[in-house]
Ligand binder design. Structure first.
Ligand SMILES: [Zn+2]
Length: 229
């Protein structure tokens, strides 16, 4: 009987040691697995989108409100923790991009800027700079495959229909460079207090890889800053 107690005690001790050493990691991964179970349960249900569109706008709106009320009542019951993000992410507005999935994290550690075609304007540049002043250390600027805004900029009919969108896509590199050149941003990156990365996102898997600039050969004088790599 003593042996059983001893074995039980050792087992409990080993469990406690593992939990003390890797408890957070186990809890984080378990949470991620459960989130994915939720995705797998909801993913096959197709109520409405372009391909499964059986509802009228008022019915879609009603469903949106119903789901919001359900979700917000759950949130009221189990509030979540406020975080102070150290990462800011810029992504396109494409619905296939899920910033929780890109970051592999459902905690609120990320400022998110969603912009058509990921094109910054001066106000977003200032917002990112403000975020950096408030403690953001890494800015992940992303563009993605199969981007509708990029495709529109290459399609003659859509170019005529959406001239401002096309113009902004053509300015994207310059806007990004303009952000890097802001004195405060330049000073922070040079001092190693801020890292700015431009990454390409695979829309299907949401894996990020260093950005490959399509126009690099056309404009040899365009300086390749550290942050592009
Ligand atoms: Zn896009």
């Amino acid at each position: 009987m003593k042996k059983v107690y001893l074995a039980g005690g050792l087992l409990a001790l080993a469990g406690a040691a593992i939990w003390a050493y890797a408890g957070d990691e186990i809890q984080f991964r378990l949470g991620g697995a459960m989130v994915n179970v939720g995705y797998r349960l909801q993913d096959p249900i197709a109520d409405y989108d372009f391909a499964h569109h059986l509802l009228t706008p008022p019915q879609v709106w009603e469903q949106f409100m119903r789901q919001n009320q359900m979700a917000s009542s759950v949130r009221q019951q189990w509030p979540r923790t406020s975080r102070h993000p150290v990462v800011a992410m810029v992504t396109c507005m494409d619905s296939r991009l899920d910033t929780n999935e890109i970051a592999g994290d459902t905690r609120r550690y990320y400022y998110v800027l969603r912009l058509a075609g990921s094109v910054l304007s001066v106000k977003e540049e200032e917002m990112l700079e403000l975020a950096a002043d408030n403690g953001v250390e890494v800015i992940v600027f992303t563009t993605h495959t199969d981007c509708a805004a990029e495709k529109a900029s290459k399609n003659p009919a859509q170019r005529a229909k959406y001239p401002n969108l096309v113009k902004s896509i053509e300015e994207r590199d310059l806007r990004f460079q303009e952000f890097l050149d802001r004195p405060n941003v330049k000073e922070k990156t040079a001092a190693g207090k801020l890292m700015v990365k431009w990454m390409d996102l695979d829309t299907q898997t949401e894996r990020v890889a260093p950005h490959v600039r399509a126009g690099a050969r056309l404009r040899p004088n365009f300086a390749e800053p550290e942050s592009f790599r």
